[in-house]
Design a protein around this ligand. Structure first.
Ligand SMILES: *Cc1c(COP(=O)(O)O)cnc(C)c1O
Length: 451
């Protein structure tokens, strides 16, 4: 239970309870929608923001430089020209299944961005995580005079480069998927790599990493502790780069490139995004870097025509708690007696990134929380209707389109931005294609009994 004398930036829990309906709902583990009253018009938000479209373009260009390397080192990326990208698909069967399951009618079309099927590591972390390892490798190669402007990056797949990188190490703290991305990518380039895994991390992720020569440190405690330990170990070693999931601008920019790619995919699919045809995007959120980076890119690309929501489990809704109270990372769900235990292991984070919460405060449309049972049920519903299998975390976004008709606040928001039938709903499916079949079968059966 909470200590009644404890204060958060000078406020007691009693005060917060009175001021904030979200605080009360989080404490009571209730599913909640928070519409962001601090959101401002895009031009205004962008003018105050230290990051810009130039930063997104810079990250895009770096990934393009590495395309020659990926074509060789990861042939599964060759078809996409050496880019790590995922399909966009409409999910009409799932839309119909949700309408039936929740007794609603959802105007507009529902699409899914399948980062669950990104090559190399099968989750959204294949964007930011891999990007940060690449940037680190590029910096080291330049500093050591092994790389010159105009060189083909195919040279990264050579003994000379691997030899160089073997003198350096990379470390990261993770609930699983970030560790998978950083571990696979770093090991492939020749770095020594250590992944500090929280208690939530699945055994198969640890096994897979060890099979690739990655050092996996296991912790009994949650994500924040694993990150802190990794950060501490890395500080002692100047040849060690620590990937800081809570504060890294590099990670964030790596994720943001998704928006430029999505813009092309939407155009190819004949989907207009403008003031009359808004795009509503629902992003599963853990610490915030992945969904925050993607949302940032989307705002840079589509401005006021895109509306982004973070989706979190009721037991781990740290971003909603931080943003709605304005306390950001000065409060954790554990501080108010919530246990941060969820089947959505990728979202099992009790304290959000302060960097992301603050940066995204004027851009985000809101946050919502949902119960584990709902993610489970949606997992089975999606499998039955569209034959797509995702991990539980990736289903957090799926409930968004339902909430635009079933939740009063979210319905009002939707009706204010446009005629609801002109809205394109985009569910960001963040992971799942690498889950072993027997694990996936368990998830499916857990969900199926709830339908
Ligand atoms: C990491 C992860 C997220 C959330 O990303 P954060 O950067 O932690 O907010 C969502 N879904 C899956 C499957 C993930 O692995």
């Amino acid at each position: 239970m909470m200590n009644s004398k404890q204060t958060f930036c000078g406020k007691t829990a009693e005060q917060l309870r009175l001021e904030s309906p979200v605080f009360r709902a989080v404490e009571a583990l209730q599913e909640t929608v928070w519409i962001n009253d601090k959101k401002v018009p895009f031009d205004e938000a962008a003018a105050q923001c230290p990051l810009t479209m130039d930063d997104v373009r810079d990250a895009e260009a770096r990934l393009a430089r590495f395309a020659d390397y990926f074509r060789i080192a990861f042939p599964e990326t060759a078809a996409a020209g050496g880019l790590i990208e995922s399909p966009l698909r409409e999910i009409p069967e799932m839309k119909a299944a949700m309408e039936k399951q929740y007794h609603v009618s959802i105007p507009g079309h529902v699409w899914m961005k399948m980062d669950s099927h990104l090559p190399i590591s099968g989750s959204i972390k294949a964007r930011g995580g891999i990007y940060e390892v690449l940037k680190t490798a590029e910096d080291i190669a330049l500093k050591n005079g092994l790389l010159h402007e105009g060189d083909s990056y195919a040279c990264f797949d050579s003994d000379e480069f691997r030899q160089l990188f073997s003198r350096y190490s990379i470390a990261v703290g993770s609930t699983g998927n970030l560790g998978l991305s950083i571990g696979i990518m770093s090991a492939k380039l020749g770095f020594k790599v250590t992944v500090h895994m929280s208690a939530d991390a699945r055994q198969w992720k640890k096994d897979m990493l060890r099979s690739k020569g990655v050092t996996v440190m296991e912790y009994e405690s949650d994500y924040s502790v694993a990150v802190a330990q990794g950060r501490k170990d890395a500080e002692k070693d100047e040849y060690c780069h620590f990937v800081d999931d809570e504060n890294s601008k590099t990670l964030f920019m790596g994720y943001s490139v998704a928006a430029l790619r999505l813009k092309n995919q939407l155009a190819e699919a004949g989907i207009t995004v403008d003031a009359q045809h808004p795009l509503m995007v629902y992003l599963p959120c853990g610490v915030g870097g992945g969904p925050g980076g993607v949302a940032f890119g989307l705002k840079m690309v589509f401005g006021d025509a895109v509306h982004c929501f973070f989706a979190e489990p009721t037991h781990s809704c740290c971003m909603m708690l931080g943003m709605a109270t304005g306390l950001q990372n000065n409060i954790s769900v554990q501080d108010i007696g919530v246990d941060n235990r969820t089947i959505a292991d990728g979202l099992a984070v009790g304290r959000a990134s302060g960097f992301v919460g603050k940066l995204m405060a004027p851009f985000m449309s809101g946050c919502y929380s949902l119960q584990d049972e709902r993610m489970s049920a949606l997992l089975a519903l999606l499998a039955d209707s569209e034959k797509v299998f995702l991990e539980p975390s990736a289903l957090a976004g799926m409930y968004g389109p339902v909430l635009t008709v079933s939740d009063k606040g979210m319905k009002e928001y939707t009706e204010t931005i446009a005629a609801p039938e002109k809205v394109t709903h985009l569910v960001w499916a963040t992971g799942g294609s690498m889950v072993p079949p027997e694990e996936m079968d368990k998830y499916y059966r857990q969900g199926k009994v709830l339908l």
